[in-house]
Design a protein around this ligand. Structure first.
Ligand code: TXA
Ligand code: MG
Length: 328
């Protein structure tokens, strides 16, 4: 049975055994579902790239049980990495450090660096511990979606992406809803390569300094490609005013286009338009974001007009995902 109930301890053991045998297993984390393979098995990792349709040069995050396991993959462990690991692991933060030569070559996409994360989700933790018992030190796992598409936050969404043959540990809805923040710890000053569930301000408070923005020399992060996280429908981000004006223009004009509005303010979209309210709380908005986009697709919506979230720092992760979804 490809879909395993994560609440059953036997499921965890079965999933770990499959990973150890080089098979792929999708599993829940506190951010989104991951599509996992043992990190030390280049053939298994190649199957992840093939399943996702992801270019081989785009590195995967290696998930580990704890800091000690993380350090096995690193050739250097800077103070910044240690400070952040102590503060935020297990949790939604990925650290980029120098990779130990010969370790997880394929997972690292050939880069001399490696992305490491200790996830907090109890199912991910249990899976990592069980895998470790089978000599699997790390699970390489990108988000469980086809390259460039919307990430999966439910087991059913993973099956939608990859079919029902794939083994999925069903741990219910991912609580976070958007991916981890990624910090490159290798340089003089840490760089925020991807904003995420863990907010920039919390990272900066622990470090006592500001995170740098990526520049031309920063490593490529596919989650930071301009176009990513895209639903089937065309998505457009609009200010409250733009949205109000566009809806006023449309009013009373019948159209064959199936339009949806995803808004926060009291705007009323009018007849024939799907409307969904975005939560006022940024954590709640992150939690439902990818599921909401998938719902619009399931309803065969062709265009989604999204009211721009607030510019405040707490909304950075959601804003980032929406901007990239709109760039497709
Ligand atoms: O929350 C998350 O981070 C989820 C869950 C499953 O852990 N994973 C995730 O993986 O979002 P993925 O592959 O969709 O995005 C990981 C990003 C990619 O953009 C990749 O390019 C970047 O991390 N990355 C991984 N290793 C890297 C490295 N060595 N150097 C630079 N970027 C790296
Ligand atoms: Mg992804």
């Amino acid at each position: 049975m490809p879909c395993l109930d994560a609440g059953d301890p036997q499921s965890i053991a079965a999933a770990a055994a499959r990973l150890a045998a080089g098979e792929l297993v999708a599993f829940p984390t506190e951010t989104v579902y991951g599509l996992g393979a043992r990190a030390d098995d280049d053939a298994a990792v190649a199957r992840v790239f093939a399943a996702k349709g992801r270019p081989a040069a785009h590195p995967l995050i290696v998930h580990v049980a704890d800091v000690e396991q993380a350090r096995r993959f690193a050739s250097a462990w800077p103070d910044v990495a240690q400070t952040l690991a102590e503060a935020f692991w297990p949790g939604p933060l990925t650290l980029i450090v120098q990779r130990r030569a010969g370790c997880a070559d394929a997972a690292a996409g050939g880069q001399m660096s490696i992305g490491l994360r200790v996830p907090a989700h109890p199912v991910a933790q249990a899976l990592l511990r069980a895998a470790l018992g089978l000599d699997v030190a790390g699970i390489a796992a990108p988000s469980a979606n086809r390259f460039g598409r919307v990430s999966a936050t439910r087991a059913a969404h993973v099956a939608q992406e990859f079919g029902s043959e794939l083994t999925v540990l069903d741990g219910g809805d991912c609580p976070g809803g958007i991916e981890s923040a990624i910090v490159d710890c290798r340089g003089e000053a840490p760089v925020l390569l991807r904003p995420g569930l863990l907010q920039r301000a919390r990272i900066e408070a622990v470090l006592g300094m500001q995170l740098r923005e990526p520049d031309v020399q920063s490593p490529r992060v596919s989650g930071s490609l301009q176009s990513h996280y895209a639903p089937e429908a065309k998505l457009r981000l609009m200010s409250t005013e733009q949205l109000r004006d566009a809806l006023a223009l449309l009013a009373g004009h019948a159209s064959d286009l199936k339009l949806a509005v995803y808004s926060r303010s009291g705007i009323r979209a009018g007849r024939g338009i799907e409307q969904r309210r975005m939560p006022d709380d940024p954590a709640a908005a992150a939690h439902e974001l990818f599921a909401a986009l998938r719902d619009f697709d399931a309803r065969r919506v062709q265009i989604i007009w999204v009211e721009q979230p607030p510019m405040s720092v707490e909304w950075e992760g959601v804003r980032d995902r929406l901007q990239r979804a709109a760039a497709a």
